[in-house]
Write a protein that binds this ligand. Sequence first.
Ligand code: GAL
Length: 723
Amino acid sequence: MKRLCLMVLCFLYWLHHQAVKASVTYDQKAIIVNGQRKILFSGSIHYPRSTPEMWPGLIQKAKEGGLDVIQTYVFWSGHEPSPGNYYFGDRYDLVRFIKVVQQAGLYVHLRIGPYVCAEWNLGGFPVWLKFVPGISFRTDNEPFKAAMQKFTEKIVYMMKAEKLFQTQGGPIILSQIENEYGPIEWEIGAPGKAYTSWAAKMAVGLNTGVPWIMCKHETAPDSVIDTCNGYYCENFYPNKNYKPKMWTENWTGWCSFFGTGVNVRSAEDTAFSVVKFIQKGGSFVNYYMYHGGTNFERTSGGPFITTSYDYDAPLDEFGLYNEPKFGHLRDLHKVIKQCEPALLNGVVEVISLGNNLEAHVFRAGNGACAAFIANYDTKSAVKVSFWNMQFDLPRWSISILPDCKTATYNTAWIAQSTPKKWTSVWSVFEWHSYIEYPPWATEQDAITGNGLWEQVGMTKDTTDYLWYMTDITIDQNEGFVKSGKWPVLNVNSAGHALQVFINGQHAGTAYGGETNPRLKLSQAVNLKPGINKITLLSASVGLPHVGVHYETWNVGVLGPVTLDGVNEGTRDLSHWKWHYKVGLKGEGLSLFTEHGTEAVEWVQGNSLAKKTALTWYKTYFKTPDGNDPLALDMISMGKGQVWINGRSIGRHWPGYKAGGKCGDCDYAGYYVDTKCKTNCGQPTQRWYHVPRSWLKPGGWNYFVVFEEWGGDPTGINLVKRHW
Ligand code: GAL
């Protein structure tokens, strides 16, 4: 009997131990991993925005920065390029990425979405999804739900098969379904509510063993946790008092749009927001982004999202420390961890120390004590006395006393850092050029129809480019023929950029911008008696990634297209016969690859084309020694795309200068609603990341630029970051 009892006891002990060993739960205070409440610092690093070769270094730096968790979305468009054809290689090797995190001893928060927003083309959905019959995105729609469930299951089963959930001994402690659905549900009502409860049930039913999250989604059904996204989240509370207060996106800066300033956020304000959140009971903070990286190829959303996704994150686009932000947050994490016992197991006392001055004191039964002393005034520093001690508090700052006595950290104490510089490593390229002339209706692959057609319906987003072609016969008796006063062509487009050619000659350029992707071109054009060819090149610059039914937003020349100044006044060409051609000739010939290079005649030396629209450039350069990150300084170019060794670096557009207002933000302090911008009057993006691993070690690299507007390639410079 005694022996039996002992065996039962042993068994119970083992059971308990197992449960504690591999469990992720939560209570009102925190996420509980293996039976322990935790304050978790997390950072977003999106695997396709860097290369697998960069991942270990980035994750190590994140660990050094004091992170416990790496958060990533899952990028459906990269994983299922066509229905049922899955891809998990190279930058899309999700399992490898998660294992790199695991090897570093960090946890993972996997935001499956599969809607991700993220400034990713079409919000992360593959473009083919838009063309599934009867589909409507992110609502109570059967074709959509079926596709979403299939992909979510695919990812969950894959994670399970690789034993990556924490309950299986893996690093994933949290998942996410959907993304910021709250505002959409609010707007669309009943079908939104039905979709929410379906999505939560579907996700929870997958039995991952770890909690699910729905960010910015107040109606998240149990057991899913609703969380906050924003610059400040201290006043956010989850929808049930038994859920922890979590911050899934603390924006460390913001994304950039071609044509507007580059958004930045001070290290001081970022740290201040974190401490404010924690002193009001928050226990999970994720930095969005911790490493932003690069929108390679045509992955950037938009329209107009830049190729760089630097985000002013603690690790810059190239994986280097963005100081002082990186170090300041690292120090913050260290000191908060010292306070963890008091914060998670204690009770809080809030003490007013005067106008805009406050102390939060946390005391636990075991004697642990931590205090935060805050000055919320945005203008003035103060000397404050607390428990007969004196503290100097800069404006808009909080001091942390991990032992309730000594202030070892203040959110506004910042170490100065020197700005980073680029140095040239290769500037004398031997360029060759090839000019691509506008196509004509009689060409192979040209399609003819009546009226103006939507662009993505034609291209299926396999390319940025769609040609619109028509011809117009000008009578000898047209008044303008005699007067010489050219008629005006008006082209209205839903976006995003446009070039006009008349009889093969470049005649005008127009483009939209962040606040309005639409564009209108009005241009006097030289039409001659007889037949004239009008050729329009419409370019998309990233498909929308956010908004109610953003999948229905149009791209391309939808009209009206009119000609003013003819005998009858205005001639409307919108409903004429138009011919269409998808993509560039050079794309079709794969001029960006070495095997495609022979397809056309290139010229060089004195014949090199400069300042000419639709020009392809090619050259070779030798891989520079060392490991410093590399970039292309594209300052002398207009707009187009860049490839190295056949791989797409992304869209370049230094010709689009940042408009708007810069500098009306207070860097050291208060983060105003109008985001802090830099770079006004300069190209929004001048430098383009060239991943080291895409180059041939010690060898020569095939480098191609397609220039849409006209530029001077001799001004292109390969540079490295000098730190
Ligand atoms: C959030 C969204 C993220 C990202 C961010 C802006 O609202 O959840 O995916 O788009 O905005 O960078």
